[in-house]
Ligand binder design. Structure first.
Ligand code: SF4
Length: 401
């Protein structure tokens, strides 16, 4: 005799669940719908699904006993799946796999973490500082705390060529494909560096302000030798716009130039918009209104995000803006990307030492929103990872909430 079918309700395994101070967040990673709620019926219902004995499934009777308006809203967002089966189905709900959790290894003195260099995914190497009057230097130094643009200083320090070679040699054992070279001033013998770059098989990106590009390019004797080098050219309110326009025209047929316009107010946003240039907003410490209007995200942006379960689990554990990225300064100090706290390492395995130091001190790589004032916000894992803007300028958040 065929056993009669029973009606079961499962919590969809595509749903990410998080609890924050009496609020629940459900985010469906298939249709990207999300709900936040303080409804105790919905909260208790989800907790029931997660009880080990329920294995993510309840009978229709149990489910209906806990229904409420928010449960119905969640149901309409396909957070639940209806199943007819004679026996209770199995439903493996997603949980964060902590087997390889870095924080667990901290107590073990990091000995357990094999191949630490493989965590390294990108390098930013600043060869020398830019030089300009104090107003421009101040402004551009604010920018360099937000993006990989040159720092400005009166110091004439230039990163030693053999130090660059040591770093690139060590980087061969890492997961790095792209090496970013930041040039502040054209007063270097760039061919010396290019000869080193050619020995190591990375893609190179030279970050440079438009003002010095022509002078800089005039030092490159054999242009065909730099095919592995791409240029990232920055223009800001102090750059001569004619130089950028000329460069754009001349580099039209040459795929390895990217132009970035650094924008700090609405007027510049309107006057500088050009399809040939990417635009990035720059925080000047006095342009809160511009950021509020044009940059900070609203609830509709957060709810429109299309994230996978691994994105969300990643946001719980790592900071994707910084993880795996180191920055090397002209004075041979090393820091996590866009972090001003520089450390000097000596001897061999410099990159390895810097990775270990970052894993222990966590200045950037594992700074997640639950470590900031966002910790009480139900959207903390949906929002983009903590930015340099928040860390370097003590901004509380990047939203309009
Ligand atoms: S920035 Fe922080 S407070 Fe604002 S929505 Fe994101 S997590 Fe919430």
């Amino acid at each position: 005799m065929k056993q009669s079918e029973l009606h079961w309700i499962a919590l969809s395994p595509n749903v990410f669940v998080d609890y924050t101070e009496g609020k629940i967040l459900l985010y469906n990673t298939r249709n990207y719908k999300c709900i936040t709620s303080t409804d105790t019926r919905l909260i208790n219902l989800i907790r029931e699904f997660y009880r080990p004995e329920n294995l993510g499934v309840l009978s229709l009777d149990e489910f209906e006993k806990m229904t409420s308006n928010d449960v119905r809203v969640a149901n309409n967002m396909n957070m639940f799946v209806s199943v007819k089966n004679s026996t209770k189905p199995l439903n493996f709900l997603p949980i964060l796999n902590l087997q390889h959790d870095l924080t667990k290894n901290m107590s073990g003195g990091l000995k357990e973490i094999k191949g630490k260099l493989s965590l390294l995914s990108s390098l930013f190497i600043q060869i020398n500082y830019g030089y300009a009057d104090s107003k421009v230097s101040f402004y551009r130094n604010l920018t360099s705390k937000q993006y990989a643009t040159p720092c400005f200083s009166e110091e004439k320090t230039t990163l030693r060529v053999d130090f660059v070679e040591q770093i690139l040699k060590e980087a061969c054992l890492s997961s790095i494909h792209n090496v970013h070279i930041i040039i502040g001033s054209p007063m270097i013998n760039i061919m010396e560096y290019i000869r080193i770059f050619e020995r190591y098989n990375f893609q190179y990106y030279l970050h440079i302000y438009s003002d010095i590009v022509y002078e800089f390019l005039s030092h490159i004797s054999d242009y065909s030798s730099v095919s592995k080098i791409n240029f990232v050219v920055f223009c800001d309110r102090y750059s001569n716009p004619n130089i950028a326009q000329r460069l754009i025209k001349e580099s039209k047929d040459c795929g390895n130039f990217e132009f970035i316009n650094l924008i700090d107010e609405v007027d510049r946003l309107l006057s500088c918009s050009s399809s040939a240039m990417k635009m990035l907003p720059v925080w000047t410490e006095n342009n809160f209104d511009f950021f509020l209007k044009e940059v900070f995200i609203g609830i509709e942006d957060i709810e429109a995000s299309e994230l996978t379960l691994s994105d969300l689990f990643c946001n719980q554990k790592l900071n994707r803006n910084f993880f795996g990225i180191l920055q090397i300064n002209p004075d041979e100090t090393i820091a996590a990307f866009l972090d001003g706290k520089n450390t000097r390492y000596s001897g061999t395995n410099i990159l390895n030492q810097a990775v270990v130091s970052e894993l222990i001190n966590n200045t950037r790589w594992r700074v997640t929103r639950n470590m900031t004032s966002c910790r009480t916000c139900p959207y903390k894992y949906l929002c983009p990872p903590v930015t340099a803007l928040e860390l370097n300028f003590k901004l509380d958040k990047i939203c309009k909430l």
